[in-house]
Design a protein around this ligand. Structure first.
Ligand SMILES: NC(=O)c1ccc[n+]([C@@H]2O[C@H](COP(=O)([O-])OP(=O)(O)OC[C@H]3O[C@@H](n4cnc5c(N)ncnc54)[C@H](O)[C@@H]3O)[C@@H](O)[C@H]2O)c1
Length: 494
């Protein structure tokens, strides 16, 4: 992949590229990528010094077809890929893989879609798709058929992109997927085939299909490669992907799929089959959550005559805490002096204004349910003496306000469990004010169960529960004791 940053390219080059594209409208006479690449290279060589001011980070991505692994090592011929299902995902996948230099055959039971592709037309509207189809059909890198038996024997990889619509149960329907897997399993082959499931399926589905239908072996392997495209932006999302995930249990098929994407120059996340399946749902859940959050905040803003776009636009400028991995690590319930209080206040005002904001209203109940799961997990420990590491709601603070650990202790003491607590930042003789008063007056008494050192805790306990992340020093000391650890923070190595 050659990526030309507008910001650093020469102004004359850009004008020339623009003119070049304009003079070659992307129809049958559209320049090949190689021609465009050669043209851009020669232009960049001629006027390298004139900088273009004012461009803001846009880039022109051009695939360098010279560097595409066009040959399948096992076969000594162009990598042949079958794409099953020529819907939104399959058609874009087929056209883009052909654009990367592979030999692609699309298969669909819908004759109209197959005829469209063969005639150089996109079967549905998607910006940039028709241009890719026509140029790759013309270059004989893309073809289509309704007959799977004809297409599969020549392919070394088969992308499965059939629909998995909602079933009456609200689960996804696997009808089409099972049907095509049966067809794949029943098609004789003389060379190894990797089946790459791209349809969205719930974790465990690929393993189930493998076991029941596909039965992997020397001639057939399976991988999962979820699609993250957005309709309306699908070609660009494929060529400049936000994320590429390849899942599999066997490294060989995973590498075979990963190699296909090498020309895009993007890091590939290699994970297990189940993780890859889950990742697709995690991404879509996160997208849905963000939209619902923005809409609920927008609703509240509107009712308060506050500019919602300004609020959300400003929120998005914070890439340290807001749009970042912060607060995205599964762990213990939240607490402290701010989040619970402020979520309660938001709920209060929404209800005062007569607004229904179910997402925002569900946050505190969700947190309580999470705490309840933690309480149950600790209560079920087969331990006589439970050592709790961490009393404040998170590490590096002595603030005890609304710490979920206090509720956890309360619950365990109520069950009659024996426990002691250690928190590196909370010592009765060193803290004062409301935190000290709380520890001395709490019922059941927590203050009397506080240890001064981690050693005291670990020499007494027969099981340790982590409610906050220990420092590297404390983690090493704890690991050296060999005590079993129940980690509620998601940070302890398993
Ligand atoms: N559309 C999206 O934006 C998007 C994005 C990411 C993932 N996905 C997932 O990708 C999958 C495909 O989605 P889509 O929107 O492309 O679906 P779609 O309904 O547009 O396309 C599915 C295609 O599969 C074909 N098909 C069905 N049975 C077949 C068979 N036995 N043999 C050959 N072809 C067959 C259908 O004729 C249809 O053309 C789904 O699991 C979806 O959840 C979709």
């Amino acid at each position: 992949m050659i990526r030309i940053r507008w910001a650093s390219a020469a102004a004359n080059d850009l004008q020339a590229i623009h003119d070049y594209l304009g003079a070659h409208p992307p129809q049958f006479t559209r320049p090949t990528i190689q021609q465009l690449y050669d043209a851009v290279l020669s232009l960049t060589k001629t006027v390298p010094s004139q900088k273009a001011p004012g461009w803001r980070g846009n880039s022109l991505a051009i695939c360098d077809t010279k560097h595409v692994a066009q040959t399948d090592p096992g076969r000594q011929q162009p990598t042949a890929i079958a794409v099953l299902g020529l819907g939104y995902v399959g058609c874009v996948t087929a056209a883009c893989l052909a654009e990367l230099g592979y030999s692609v055959i699309g298969i669909d039971t819908d004759e109209h879609k197959v005829r469209s592709v063969m005639a150089g037309n996109a079967p549905f509207f998607e910006p940039g798709l028709e241009e890719l189809i026509v140029s790759n059909v013309n270059r004989r890198r893309l073809t289509a058929t309704t007959r799977i038996q004809e297409a599969l024997p020549g392919a070394s990889l088969c992308f499965v992109c059939v629909g998995t619509p909602s079933a009456a149960s609200h689960d996804v329907s696997l009808e089409s997927l099972r049907r095509v897997c049966c067809q794949i399993a029943g098609t004789p082959r003389t060379a190894p085939l990797t089946v790459v499931i791209r349809s969205t399926v719930f974790p465990g589905t690929c393993a189930g299909l493998s076991q029941e239908i596909l039965r992997p072996g020397p001639m057939l392997s399976i991988a999962f490669n979820p699609e993250f495209l957005r309709e309306g932006n699908a070609v660009d999302d494929f060529m400049r992907p936000p994320l590429i995930v390849v899942g599999g249990e066997d490294p060989e098929p995973v590498e075979r799929v990963a190699r296909l994407y090498a020309p895009l120059g993007v890091e590939i996340s290699r994970v297990s089959l189940r993780t890859a399946e889950m990742l697709k749902y995690a991404c879509n859940a996160f997208h849905s959550l963000k939209i619902a959050f923005a809409n609920e905040m927008g609703t509240l803003c509107e009712r308060l005559a506050i500019d919602a776009s300004q609020v959300m636009g400003t929120l998005a400028k914070d890439t340290k805490l807001n749009l970042s991995p912060a607060y995205l690590r599964p762990g213990f319930a939240f607490g402290g002096s701010c989040l619970p209080k402020d979520m309660r206040a938001l709920g209060h005002h929404a209800s005062r204004l007569g607004l229904k904001l179910p997402l925002l209203e569900s946050v505190l109940p969700s947190n309580s349910a999470h705490l309840r799961r933690a309480m149950d997990a600790v209560a079920e420990l087969p331990a006589q003496r439970i050592g709790i590491f961490g009393l404040a709601y998170k590490e590096n603070t002595d603030d005890l306000r609304e710490s979920p650990v206090v509720l956890l202790l309360d619950h365990l003491l109520g069950l009659g469990r024996e426990l002691r607590v250690y928190d590196p930042r909370i010592q009765l003789d060193r803290i004062y004010g409301s935190n000290r008063n709380f520890l001395l007056s709490s019922l059941p008494p927590i203050g009397s169960r506080l240890d001064h050192t981690l050693d005291e805790l670990t020499s007494w306990a027969d099981h340790v529960v982590l409610t906050q992340r220990p420092s590297a020093d404390d983690a090493a000391k704890l690991a050296a004791t060999g005590l079993p650890v129940l980690d509620l923070t998601g940070t302890w190595p398993s």
